[in-house]
Design a protein around this ligand. Structure first.
Ligand code: GAF
Length: 381
């Protein structure tokens, strides 16, 4: 048993005085490319991290739900719930119970204990990992018939309506629908997926993840403001979503927008969708190295047009490129968080060291780097 699973089991035993009925795990994610495209009905290409959140869970006889974690050992307890009843971190769990009930399912009262090795607040989807682990546990405990393709939208609704964060469907889809050794090509309008083989070891390549350790927080005005700008641009252009503008139509569309900020936000989304499609085409034909320039172009677009990067991530991208990476970009919602760099496997350590040196020179908090492989999606352990 992995140490996270064992920790979750022990936390359950200590809190509730009995063994859990089972253990369910859901991963964090790295988004290879396709940032802020999800709530524009566009395309994303995440893969699941081996790091995951484990929910040790068992039935409760008092008709209520109790949840604790290694970070908060005193259980949060709630009964039938509506948005606003439970606040703080417990809202992510209460939100899942509420969203499942709201979708018409009879959710079994349960006791849950959580443990995780997904870095918190680093743009690697720790919230979605928590939601997805709890969702998967409750579905299994209750024997609920919720097909995998419906699950991400239920978890997203918990986050949007119960927690109050206006996020898209990328993170929950990645945590629930990714497969080991594959990246998940997701159409965020139709929810159709294609599993794209993504095992780089045979190519002598690696994805180096660099946590900038700059504070990351998107449940705030900046994320919501980007979303509103995209919706305003789509409305001004008379399309349901920016997904409906092609790169060929982009120059004309930009002329029709009279606000420079809206122009730049729209340009990021339209070009980013195309970069996802181009990346998928290259990966399908095994031309992995060639995705490098697309990754870097994605970063430049996030930095200059979408304006969601910070100095620490820009420096990590530049230092990685200077150290010979094929491409590098920030991953996740932005305003801090992590950078990924596509590197030759034997250059991973040197690249990490180059970024650390660049940080030291600027007086930034030291970064944390590791090579990420594509792990499995949510499921029972
Ligand atoms: C965050 C959100 F939760 C996702 O829905 C997505 O918009 C991402 O930022 C940016 O691509 O992780």
């Amino acid at each position: 048993m992995s140490s996270v699973s064992e920790t979750a089991r022990k936390t359950f035993l200590e809190a509730y005085g009995t063994e859990p009925a089972g253990l369910w795990a859901a991963p964090g994610r790295v988004n290879l490319i396709g940032e802020h495209t999800d709530y524009n009905d566009g395309f994303v290409l995440p893969f699941a991290l081996p790091q995951r959140t484990v929910a040790a869970a068992g039935p409760a006889t008092d008709g209520r739900w109790s949840v604790c974690s290694t970070l908060a050992p005193e259980p949060v307890v709630f009964g039938v719930t509506d948005p606003g009843d439970v606040t703080g971190w417990g809202a992510y769990v209460a939100g899942i119970v509420w969203a499942l009930q709201d979708a018409g399912f009879e959710v079994p009262p349960a006791r849950i204990a959580l443990a995780s090795d997904v870095p918190l607040g680093s743009g690697l989807s720790s919230s979605a990992a928590l939601e997805s682990a709890v969702l998967t546990a409750l579905i299994d405990l209750g024997g609920l018939d919720v097909p995998p393709e419906r699950r991400p939208a239920i978890a997203q609704r918990a986050e949007n309506v119960y927690v109050g964060a206006p996020t898209g469907i990328l993170d929950q889809s990645a945590s629930i629908r990714c497969r080991e050794g594959y990246a998940l090509f997701l159409d965020c309008r139709s929810y159709q997926v294609e599993q794209i083989p993504f095992d780089l070891t045979g190519e002598g390549l690696a994805i180096l993840v660099i946590n900038s350790n700059a504070p990351h927080q998107h449940v705030d005005g900046e994320y919501g403001e980007r979303r509103k700008s995209c919706e305003a641009a789509a409305t001004a252009l008379g399309v349901p979503a920016l997904r409906d503008v092609s790169t060929a139509e982009l120059p004309q569309a930009l002329e029709r927008l009279d606000d420079d900020v809206l122009r730049r936000r729209a340009r990021h989304i339209v070009t980013e969708n195309q970069r996802v499609l181009d990346t998928v085409s290259l990966l399908r034909s095994g031309r992995v190295r060639e995705i490098g320039p697309l990754l870097t172009a994605s970063h430049e677009s996030m930095r200059d047009d979408f304006e969601i990067t910070v100095d620490q991530v820009d420096v990590a991208v530049q230092a990685s490129l200077d150290a010979g990476a094929y491409g590098a970009r920030m991953t996740g919602g932005g305003f801090g968080g992590c950078v990924l760099a596509l590197v030759n496997t034997d250059r991973a350590d040197a690249t990490a060291a180059a970024v650390a040196a660049a940080y030291q020179e600027r007086g930034f908090t030291a970064p944390t780097s590791w090579v990420a492989t594509a792990g499995p999606g949510a499921g029972r352990i």
